[in-house]
Write a protein that binds this ligand. Structure first.
Ligand code: SF4
Length: 727
């Protein structure tokens, strides 16, 4: 261990809590408080506290595995890498580059996400790359880009929340998903502000609310339209702001005026008096915010739904003003950075668009390739997974477990089984890795250095604190080795450094001048400043510089030279951008755009056969597909398995008592789990957490109906029936 105390960040959610790691008595590391990091000030949830358990877990993979005679058996690294090169190479030769797929993850560091996108496009030459973050925040990203010209989860720091007057939290349960963040909402209330929670369940977060609205799942769009209708009807519109800073108001206004409060009450189940109270609480203070999470976003109309909530902010003059605005609470650890640097099907590093000729030229120059050689946009995550075994014959997967986390999971599991070749890089034998032809054991958070970008857009440095187990290599080393084997003797491996800082230096140049500009950020700054908010320009974009390499060297030399003149540093270094849009939005004319959206039903409405709506979500002691957290004893004890949350009236109709097994059946399959009976859920809705495989796998049931813009599946609402299970 390099230092006795290593400041770093949690491996799990997008809050990216600061923590210190210190040697433990068993030879590993222990988590200790890191009060200097302003987001969590030392507080951690149980997942963060127990994160070192995964490092030392007995189920940790420490040898490559290759399939032989139907089972996975240990192999050398060379055997395993050769086998992957052979599998992907054969597919590329026989079926073309687009028959090779790459699937990444929102937990990968920026360096890995960047390298993975580059690997797919210049080593495999495939357009078929996407990642599990598509299932997380893509609707909010699409709506944010439409409205503001730029997507950064939160365009302001979390520390602004306690100083605003009202927050509407839509489909978000931070008390369970990121508990240390709850203090911002509690401080808001202590300061006299109000919290409105929109959720079909009385979650732990809703218990803190001044007003809890419980709409039917999938009707958040109508709810936002109803609130906007009342804003107009009650004369609470900020006409001056609309005039000066927005475009498209008349169409949005007309759409909202067609959604009378009584009509919205019928759609959503939220009463007109509650709608009026929400408008009053939101409009009376000088400052107010709307924050969304997966509830409104994971819908087949998620982009429009988020657009409707943004409309509410724009009509009341809230966006792009201090202590006000719209933000998305991104979920995964690097959900923000993961979508900025090229592992998304339609994007290049720096949040550039893959179909933008100037963006292609810029990135191709940094990569040293012909822009015309870069493939175009590929399939979105679900569409890519659905094409496994047909158009896509081989897959390389890093940092994801779609057999548990994808919608219509039983079908996706079969698609994985139909592949000609599957290679998975992971730390444990996840449910998806268990289907692979080759599994590579890779390093994880505390064993490697790298950067992540939190939900605030704050770029952070995670430091290596412990030596990885023997037999384990980093994802960057994997890409380096595969580039050597698949590069046709062109020396492509030189384009895939194994040193994360070297990768970051290239990422800086690739992002320079783009929407997510990291070019002014260095590892040294991250270490000294507790993170830096992007955009943070610093390196001239190659297109603008006489010589791209010289430009980067200049900036890097300045950053790395400890003897650098302080005054020069002060003038040369961009401070980063904690707050966006205060002067103008990132659209060509600087104006925010209203979205002219109207209500539409969920893709699968209840009927006689499937009369109830299923919604899914998380519990505090598990994370995502549970691949890591299900292997931690303390977390398993707290949350040992799935459950079906249902209202007493529905339970009575089934004759089910607390703890009885109940079956939830959708058009895609059946899941069984114990009943958890509560009045804190709508009688027409059941809830299941999605962290587990097997017969209680919630995603067996979920609907892959896709949002037409973001390609987000409709995880949050599908029609089911609930049955008592006879013993
Ligand atoms: Fe880690 Fe998120 Fe828990 Fe913080 S809230 S300790 S980042 S899982």
């Amino acid at each position: 261990m390099p230092n006795s105390v290593t400041p770093t960040h949690c491996p799990y959610c997008a809050l990216q809590c600061g923590m210190n790691l210190t040697p433990s008595q068993d030879g590993g590391v222990a988590v200790v408080e890191r009060p200097d990091f302003p987001v969590n000030r030392g507080a951690l949830c149980g997942k963060g506290r127990t994160a070192p358990a995964v490092l030392a877990s007995g189920v940790r993979l420490t040898s490559p595995l290759v399939r032989s005679g139907g089972t996975l058996v240990p192999a050398t690294w060379d055997e395993a890498l050769d086998r992957i090169a052979e599998g992907l190479g054969r597919t590329r030769t026989e079926h073309g580059p687009d028959a090779c797929g790459v699937f990444g993850g929102g937990g990968l560091t920026n360096e890995k996400a960047y390298s993975l996108g580059k690997f797919a496009r210049i080593v495999l030459g495939t357009s078929q790359i996407d990642y599990n973050g598509r299932f997380c925040m893509s609707s909010a990203a699409a709506a944010g880009i439409k409205a503001f010209g730029l997507d950064r989860g939160l365009p302001f720091p979390l520390e602004d929340i306690p100083k605003t007057g009202c927050v509407i939290l839509v489909g978000s349960n931070p008390a369970e998903t990121m508990p240390p963040s709850l203090r911002f909402f509690n401080e808001l209330k202590e300061n006299g502000g109000t919290l409105i929670v929109v959720d079909p369940r009385r979650t732990r977060t809703a218990e803190h609310a001044d007003l809890h609205l419980m709409p039917r799942p999938g009707t958040d769009l109508a709810l936002a339209l109803g609130l906007l209708h009342l804003v107009v009807a009650e004369g609470r519109v900020d006409e001056e702001y609309i005039q000066e800073r927005t475009a498209g108001w008349e169409d949005a206004r007309a759409a909202a005026m067609a959604h009378w409060p009584e009509y919205v009450e019928r759609i959503t189940g939220v009463s007109v008096p509650q709608l009026r109270e929400a408008v009053r609480l939101f409009c009376e203070p000088e400052h107010a915010m709307v924050l969304t999470a997966r509830g409104p976003e994971q819908q087949s109309k998620g982009t429009d739904t988020v657009g409707a909530w943004i409309n509410l902010c724009l009509a009341t003059g809230r966006a792009g003003r201090p202590l006000s605005g719209y933000g998305c609470l991104t979920g995964q650890g690097n959900g923000q950075g993961g979508r900025e640097h090229g592992q998304k099907a339609d994007q290049l590093p720096g949040y550039r668009k893959l179909d933008d000729p100037a963006a292609r030229r810029h990135v191709a120059q940094v990569w040293g390739v012909d822009p015309d050689s870069l493939p175009g946009p590929g399939r979105s995550a679900y569409e890519l997974l659905d094409a496994l075994g047909t158009d896509i014959r081989s897959l390389l997967l890093m940092g994801s477990n779609p057999v548990v986390s994808a919608p219509r999971a039983a079908h996706i599991e079969e698609r994985f089984k139909s592949l000609d070749f599957l290679a998975v890089c992971d730390v444990v034998l996840s449910e998806t890795a268990a289907l692979a032809d080759v599994v590579l054991p890779v390093t994880q958070w505390a064993e490697e250095t790298g950067t992540t970008t939190s939900l605030e857009g704050r770029v952070l440095l995670r430091r290596r604190a412990v030596t990885p187990p023997e037999g384990v290599r980093s994802d960057l080393e994997v890409m380096h080795e595969l580039a050597a084997r698949l590069g046709g003797g062109k020396g492509l491996e030189k384009s895939f450094p194994t040193d994360p800082e070297e990768v970051f230096e290239e990422l800086r140049r690739a992002s320079a001048g783009g929407p997510a500009d990291y070019s002014g950020i260095t590892y040294r700054r991250l270490a000294e400043e507790n993170g830096v908010f992007w955009p943070c320009p610093g390196v001239a974009a190659p297109d603008d510089a006489e010589d791209c390499e010289d430009a980067s060297l200049d900036a890097t030399a300045g950053a790395d030279d400890p003897a650098q003149d302080d005054e020069a540093t002060a003038t040369a270094v961009h401070p980063g951008t904690p707050r966006l849009f205060l002067d103008r939005f990132a659209t060509p004319d600087g104006r925010a755009r209203f979205a002219p959206v109207t209500h539409r039903a969920v893709a699968e409405e209840p009927d006689d056969e499937y009369p109830v709506l299923l919604t899914t979500g998380r519990v505090v002691a598990q994370y995502q597909s549970g691949a890591q957290t299900r292997r931690v004893d303390e977390l398993n004890a707290a949350a040992p398995g799935p459950f079906v949350e249902l209202h007493p009236r529905l339970a009575a109709r089934l004759g089910a008592a607390e703890g009885d097994p109940v079956a939830v059946v959708s058009r895609r399959g059946r899941a069984v789990a114990p009943a958890r009976i509560t009045t804190g859920i709508r009688p027409d809705t059941v809830f299941m957490p999605f962290h587990w495989p097997g017969e209680g796998r919630a995603n067996t049931l979920t609907n892959p109906a896709l949002d037409p813009t973001s390609r987000m599946p409709e995880f949050k609402a599908c029609a089911v029936r609930v049955e008592a299970v006879k013993s």
